[in-house]
Design a protein around this ligand. Structure first.
Ligand SMILES: N[C@@H](CCC(=O)N[C@@H](CS)C(=O)NCC(=O)O)C(=O)O
Length: 233
């Protein structure tokens, strides 16, 4: 056992993606096991690894954690991304729940039959219900981040939500200049504001691939965000 957290999920973003983002923000390296067969999943259940017979599963600090919210709270608390007191934590929870609701709409979208999909509703909710709240908070307290003038789980999850909506509608931030700034600055914090050995290796391989194919990152917005800032340095 390496001591690194081990993430078990399907080979997709789904509910695990926010956990990956949060660990990356905290500068924590992790291992992943992708469930590719029904048998792998059933074995986990048979072994008693899944409390509610569901993934995501994160093995961390001697625990087999399930339930996405519980996992995220644990990681945020452990790595100082969860406010300095109960009131800051409550704010972070509220902001995170908002972005989780928005992201939930997008996750569901992928599994909805094409005829029933309602992308317009997602964009409408993003631009009239969710993004205005965060834009207003940032404008009002004139600080760089949503809570307590320091980068938190609320910011990282908002970044993730922004990119998810931008994948559907690239101009979605056009009326949210403050969120645009948060998005541009936020990337510096995604790897704990410093390069790890894993980041350097990934960066090196990306640059090698880009020498042959300059547009290689075009379909990988998450990699662009995580490493884009570093490539420019
Ligand atoms: N509340 C749980 C829900 C987990 C969940 O629905 N997981 C799905 C995969 S995304 C699953 O394991 N489905 C299999 C099943 O429910 O039998 C969480 O947030 O982690």
């Amino acid at each position: 056992m390496s001591g690194k957290p081990k993430l078990t999920y399907f080979n997709g973003r789904g509910r695990m993606e926010s956990i990956r983002w949060l660990l990356a923000t905290a500068g924590v390296e992790f291992e992943e096991e992708f469930l590719e067969t029904r048998e792998q999943y059933q074995k986990l259940i048979k072994d008693g690894a899944l409390l509610f017979d569901q993934v995501p599963l994160v093995e961390i600090d001697g625990m087999k954690m399930v339930q996405t919210r519980a996992i995220l709270s644990y990681i945020a608390g452990k790595h100082n991304l969860y406010g300095k007191d109960l009131k800051e934590r409550a704010l972070i929870d509220m902001y995170v729940e908002g972005t989780a609701d928005l992201m939930g709409m997008i996750i569901t979208f992928a599994f909805t039959p094409p005829k029933e999909r309602n992308l317009a509703l997602i964009i409408e909710r993003a631009t009239t219900r969710y993004f205005p709240v965060y834009e207003k908070v940032l404008k009002q307290h004139r600080q760089e981040f949503l809570v307590g003038n320091r980068f938190s789980w609320a910011d990282i999850q908002l970044l993730e939500a922004i990119l998810m909506v931008e994948e559907k509608e690239p101009t979605v931030l056009s009326k949210f200049p403050v969120l645009q700034v948060l998005k541009d600055h936020g990337q510096d914090f995604l790897v704990g504001n410093q390069l790890s050995r894993a980041d350097i290796q990934v960066l090196e391989s990306i640059l090698m691939i880009e020498e042959y194919e300059p547009t290689a990152l075009s379909e990988f917005p998450l990699l662009q965000v995580i490493l884009g800032g570093q490539i420019n340095k």
